[in-house]
Design a protein around this ligand. Structure first.
Ligand code: DC
Length: 224
C-alpha cells in the first residue's frame, strides 16, 4: 500500500539550489518542509558546544540522540533552535557545514536521524531536502528530483550569498571546498551522494530560480 502522505524529495550536492528551491516549492504546494542538512548541522553545532571529539563516534551518536532540534517559523524565515538556543546563524557558517559533513559520514549518526526525518511526513505533504532523501529516507516518495549544477556555478552562487551576508571569502577557496566536499560525499560508503534510480535529474546551471521551481513542480502529480 502506498503511504497516504505524499513526499517530494529534492536531492543533490551543496550549492545546487536545493534549499531555496525546496522552500519555494513547499510554499507553492502548501506542504511541510524538511531541511535535513540543518539536522546534521544542528548535531554538529551541539557537538562543538559540548567540545566533543569529532574522532569519537560513540560520543557523537549519544549527542545525536540527546540534541533537541526545533524548527520555528518566524517573520525572517525558519529559525532553528538547538537545545533551546537559537543557532540559525551559526548553522549557516562554513565551519558548521564542515563539522556536519564529518559527522554525516558516521553510519550510527545517520541511523539515529532516520526516524526523526521520517516524522516530518505529515499531511498534507512534505518536501524533503537533502542528499539521501529519495534513496534512503523516503525511497517510496511520490516524486523525486536530483538537482545538479556545475561546480563553478555552485561556487559562484555561494560566493554571492556569502558576500551579501558580509562574509569574506574567495571564489577560488570556495571552489576548492566544494570540489573537496563533493569528492568526500560521493566516495563515502555511507549514503554516498547519488541520484535515486527513479529520480528526475535537473541541471540548474544557467537556469533562474523560477524556471527550476516550475520544472520541479511539474514532477508532482496533480492529485498527490
Ligand atoms: O545541505 P547542507 O550543506 O546543509 O548539509 C550539511 C552537511 O550534512 C553536508 O556536508 C552533507 C550532510 N548531509 C547529509 O549527509 N545528508 C543529508 N540528508 C543532508 C546533509
Amino acid at each position: 500500500m502506498s503511504h497516504p502522505v505524499p513526499v517530494l524529495t529534492i536531492d543533490g550536492p551543496s550549492g545546487a539550489g536545493k534549499g531555496t528551491v525546496s522552500r519555494i516549492v513547499a510554499g507553492r504546494l502548501g506542504w511541510h518542509y524538511l531541511d535535513s542538512g540543518a539536522l546534521y548541522r544542528a548535531v554538529g553545532v551541539a557537538a562543538s558546544w559540548a567540545d566533543l571529539d569529532l574522532a569519537d563516534p560513540s560520543a557523537l551518536v549519544r549527542c545525536t540522540f540527546d540534541t533537541r532540534i526545533e524548527f520555528q517559523d518566524g517573520p525572517e524565515g525558519l529559525r532553528v533552535l538547538v537545545n533551546g538556543t537559537d543557532a540559525t546563524s551559526e548553522l549557516r557558517l562554513e565551519t558548521a557545514g564542515a563539522v556536519a559533513s564529518a559527522i554525516a559520514a558516521i553510519p550510527e549518526v545517520r541511523e539515529a536521524l532516520k526516524e526523526r526525518q521520517r516524522a516530518f511526513r505529515q499531511p498534507p505533504g512534505l518536501v524533503a531536502d537533502g542528499r539521501d532523501m529519495g534513496t534512503v529516507i523516503f525511497p517510496d516518495a511520490t516524486a523525486k528530483v536530483f538537482l545538479t549544477a556545475s561546480a563553478d556555478e555552485r561556487a559562484q552562487r555561494r560566493y554571492k550569498q556569502l558576500k551579501e551576508k558580509g562574509v569574506s571569502v574567495t571564489l577560488d577557496g570556495l571552489l576548492r571546498e566544494i570540489l573537496a566536499r563533493d569528492a568526500r560525499d560521493a566516495q563515502r560508503t555511507v549514503a554516498p551522494l547519488k541520484p535515486a534510480e527513479d529520480a528526475v535529474l535537473i541541471d540548474t546551471t544557467g537556469l533562474g530560480i523560477d524556471e527550476v521551481v516550475e520544472r520541479v513542480l511539474a514532477q508532482v502529480p496533480k492529485h498527490a
